[in-house]
Design a protein around this ligand. Structure first.
Ligand SMILES: C[S@@+](CC[C@H](N)C(=O)[O-])C[C@H]1O[C@@H](n2cnc3c(N)ncnc32)[C@H](O)[C@@H]1O
Ligand SMILES: Nc1nc2[nH]cc(C(=O)O)c2c(=O)[nH]1
Ligand code: SF4
Ligand SMILES: [Mg+2]
Length: 208
């Protein structure tokens, strides 16, 4: 099979990096996890903290066997698939293989492409720069909205109305604007107690 066809089938994927670390964000913050960062994103967030990931062609294309072998080197049983935008690819084959090896599967996604894969935990972080695909709303276990501008609070509520009732609702300050927005998020959550705060704790710990 040509490499291009294997990528289209989700049997090979461009991998920017993969590393064992501590989940820094969201509901599973503090848990050890193996991160697989896929290359390629067409969303274009102005404040993206991993712009290097955007061009998929820069990154080596690995088979899902090679990717899973990387995860098996470590004791942790959680794997987080991130990017780039991981839903640009069919994540069915990779997640099926990970689960057959006993991993629980998590994803970090903007939801901008059709949902695929078998996930135990879906972190949905919608973006103004490219609208989510409607398939994400029934799968999201946590809605994590980055706050960069005052209008992002309304954007967060708009998406909260579309996710399932048991979806965790999280507000995360954009890293460079944290000095301005963390106090506003604290006040917002005090008045809207269905929301919680998510911080990028790995950046405070200076770990990947
Ligand atoms: C780099 S993205 C990759 C996954 C996917 N493309 C997405 O945006 O969800 C991983 C997480 O980091 C968040 N993020 C990216 N840049 C950030 C920044 N400067 N400050 C705070 N959160 C950021 C995203 O919203 C997302 O929840
Ligand atoms: N430690 C750590 N936790 C994270 N949670 C989400 C991340 C991501 O970039 O998707 C991330 C990351 O890059 N590092
Ligand atoms: S969707 Fe995610 S990877 Fe893509 S630009 Fe936005 S934050 Fe970065
Ligand atoms: Mg990150």
């Amino acid at each position: 099979m040509e490499k291009r066809d294997a990528v289209a089938a989700g049997l090979m994927l461009p991998v920017m990096e993969a590393f064992y670390t501590i989940q820094g964000e969201g509901t599973f913050s503090g848990h050890p996890a193996y991160f697989i960062r896929l290359g390629g994103c067409d969303v274009g967030c102005v404040w993206c903290d991993v712009k290097d990931s955007w061009d998929a062609a820069k990154w080596p294309v690995l088979s899902i066997d090679e990717i899973v072998a990387g995860a098996k080197q470590y004791l942790g049983r959680k794997v987080v698939i991130t990017g780039g935008e991981p839903l640009m690819y069919d994540l069915g084959p990779l997640t099926t293989l990970l689960k057959s090896e006993g991993f629980s599967t998590h994803i970090e996604t903007s939801g901008a492409h059709p949902f695929s894969g078998d996930f135990d935990w879906v972190c949905f972080s919608p973006k103004k720069f490219k609208a989510p695909h409607p398939s994400i709303y029934e799968h999201a276990n946590e809605l994590k909205v980055v706050i960069y501008h005052q209008s992002d609070f309304d954007f967060a509520e708009k998406h909260a109305a579309l996710v399932q009732n048991d979806c965790q609702l999280l507000l995360q300050p954009e890293w460079s604007k944290a000095a301005t927005f963390t106090s506003k998020i604290i006040d917002y959550v005090k008045f809207h107690p269905n929301w919680k705060i998510s911080l990028q704790t790995h950046k405070f710990m200076d770990i990947p």
